[in-house]
Design a protein around this ligand. Structure first.
Ligand code: HEC
Ligand code: HEC
Ligand code: HEC
Ligand code: HEC
Ligand code: HEC
Length: 286
C-alpha cells in the first residue's frame, strides 16, 4: 500500500511540475480533488471487497462489490470504508466500531453519510421540503432514493422522471422544474462548445472556462432545494451570468472574423500592388 501511495504521489508531483504552466482550470481542479484524503490507491482489492464478494456473504448482497465497480465513485477512488468506515487492511478488525465502522445507515441517516463529502448539496437538501419531510416523518426521499447507493452514476436531470417523482406526489411541480433546469443546461452546453471552438482557433479562454465551471457547479447543487420558485428565479440569475460569458465569446468571434477579413483585405491590397508594379515594370520595359 505504502509503495502504491508513494508512486502515486511521485506521479502527481511529476505531472504537477511538468504541466502547471499550460494546465487548464479543470486539470488543476482535478489534481486538487485527487489530493483529498479519500484518494490514494484504495481501489485495489481491500479486505472488505474480497470478503464481501466471497461465499461467506449471503447471495442477496454478494454482488455489492460488483455493482460498486461500475460506479462513478469507484472511478474516483471512493471505496467501501469511505462510506461505511472500518479498516480495509485488517480483516479481523475491519468491521469493528473502534476502527470507525458505522455499518448500514438508517433511512434518515443516509444524507449525513453522503454529506460528509457532498457538503453544499447536504445543506440545500436539509433545508428543502424533501429534507424536512425526511427528518420530521421519514416520508421524504433520501439520497439513495434518487441516486442509488452502490452503482451511483454521474447525475443529470434524467433522474427527474415520472416513474420516480410521482411515487409520493404529483409530477406537475417536478416537470416545471425540469424544464427550467433543461434550458440552463442547454445554454451551458452551447457555451462549452463555443469555448472549445475558440480553443481550436488558438484563443486563450481560461478566464471564461473558470467562470463557466463555477456557474455550472453552483447551478448543479440547486436542484436539491426542490424549490420551484427559487429554481425559476435562479434560472434568470444564471441566464444573466451565462449571458455575460456568451457576450464575451461573441465579441471574440467577431474579432477573429474581423482579423480574418482584414488579413484577406491586406492580401488583396498586396496582390493589387504587385499587379500594378508588374504592369508598371512591363510598360517601362516596353
Ligand atoms: C457511496 C457510499 C457507499 C459506498 C462507497 C459503499 N456503500 Fe454500502 N451502503 C451504502 C448505503 C447508503 C447503504 C444503505 C442503503 C442501501 O441498502 O442501499 C449501504 C448498504 C450496504 C450493505 C447492507 C446491504 C443490505 O441490504 O443489508 C452492505 C453489506 C454494504 N453496503 C457493503 C458495502 C461494500 C462491501 C462496499 C464496497 C465494495 C460498499 N458497501 C460501498 C453506501 C455505500
Ligand atoms: C472476513 C469477511 C469480512 C470482511 C473483511 C468485511 N466484512 Fe462486512 N460483512 C461480512 C459479513 C459476513 C457480514 C454479514 C452479511 C450477511 O448477513 O451475510 C457483513 C456485513 C457488512 C455490512 C452490513 C451489516 C451492518 O452491520 O450494517 C456492511 C455495511 C459491511 N459489512 C461493510 C464492510 C466494510 C466497509 C468492510 C471493510 C472495512 C467489511 N465489511 C469487511 C464479512 C466481512
Ligand atoms: C429527489 C431526488 C434527489 C434526491 C433526494 C437527491 N438528489 Fe442528488 N441529484 C438529483 C438530480 C435530479 C441531480 C441532477 C441535477 C442537475 O444536473 O442539475 C442531482 C445531482 C447530484 C450531484 C451532482 C451535482 C454536483 O454538484 O456534483 C450529486 C453529487 C448529488 N446529487 C448528491 C446527492 C446527495 C449527497 C443527496 C442527499 C443529501 C442527494 N443528491 C439527494 C436528484 C436527487
Ligand atoms: C468519501 C467522500 C464521498 C462520500 C462519502 C460520497 N461521495 Fe459521492 N462523490 C465523491 C467523489 C470524490 C465524487 C467524484 C467527483 C465528482 O463527480 O464530484 C463523487 C461523485 C458523486 C456523484 C456524481 C456527481 C456528478 O458529477 O454527477 C453522485 C451522484 C454522488 N457522488 C452521490 C453520492 C451519494 C448518494 C452518496 C451517499 C450514499 C455519496 N455520494 C457519498 C465523494 C463521496
Ligand atoms: C419518497 C417520496 C418522494 C419522492 C420519491 C419524491 N418526493 Fe418530492 N416531496 C416529497 C415530500 C414528502 C415533499 C414535501 C411535502 C410536499 O410539499 O408535498 C415533497 C415535495 C416536493 C416538491 C415541493 C417542494 C416545495 O418546497 O414546495 C417538489 C418540487 C418535489 N417534491 C419534487 C420532486 C422530484 C423532482 C422528485 C423526483 C426526482 C421527487 N420530488 C420525488 C416526497 C417525495
Amino acid at each position: 500500500m505504502r509503495v502504491v501511495i508513494s508512486v502515486f504521489l511521485l506521479l502527481a508531483a511529476v505531472s504537477a511540475g511538468a504541466s502547471t504552466a499550460d494546465a487548464s482550470y479543470r486539470d488543476i481542479f482535478g489534481k486538487e480533488f485527487l489530493t483529498k484524503p479519500w484518494a490514494g490507491g484504495q481501489v485495489e482489492e481491500s479486505v472488505c471487497i474480497s470478503c464481501h464478494a466471497s461465499d461467506i456473504i449471503k447471495p442477496e448482497i454478494r454482488d455489492i462489490p460488483q455493482e460498486w465497480k461500475k460506479s462513478w465513485h469507484y472511478h474516483n477512488n471512493v471505496s467501501c470504508e469511505d462510506c461505511h468506515g472500518g479498516d480495509p487492511e485488517d480483516a479481523e478488525m475491519s468491521m469493528s466500531p473502534e476502527r470507525g465502522f458505522v455499518g448500514t445507515p438508517e433511512y434518515s441517516e443516509v444524507p449525513e453519510m453522503c454529506g460528509k463529502c457532498h457538503i453544499g448539496i447536504l445543506k440545500n437538501y436539509l433545508e428543502s421540503g424533501h429534507g424536512k419531510a425526511l427528518k420530521a416523518s421519514k416520508t421524504g426521499p433520501n439520497c439513495v432514493t434518487c441516486h442509488g447507493s452502490h452503482d451511483i452514476q454521474k447525475a443529470s436531470i434524467k433522474i427527474i422522471n415520472e416513474a420516480r417523482c410521482s411515487r409520493c406526489h404529483s409530477y406537475e411541480r417536478a416537470k416545471i422544474m425540469k424544464q427550467a433546469l433543461f434550458l440552463t443546461e442547454k445554454k451551458i452546453r452551447d457555451i462549452d462548445n463555443n469555448l472549445k471552438r475558440l480553443k481550436r482557433e488558438g484563443v486563450f479562454t481560461d478566464e471564461e472556462d473558470k467562470s463557466l465551471f463555477r456557474t455550472h457547479a453552483e447551478y448543479r447543487t440547486l436542484f436539491h432545494t426542490v424549490n420551484v420558485g427559487l429554481v425559476k428565479k435562479s434560472t434568470d440569475k444564471f441566464a444573466k451570468k451565462l449571458g455575460l460569458i456568451e457576450d464575451k465569446i461573441d465579441k471574440t468571434f467577431r474579432e477573429l472574423e474581423f482579423r480574418k477579413n482584414f488579413s484577406a483585405f491586406l492580401m488583396m491590397v498586396f496582390i493589387g500592388m504587385g499587379i500594378v508594379v508588374f504592369m508598371l515594370a512591363k510598360t517601362y520595359k516596353d
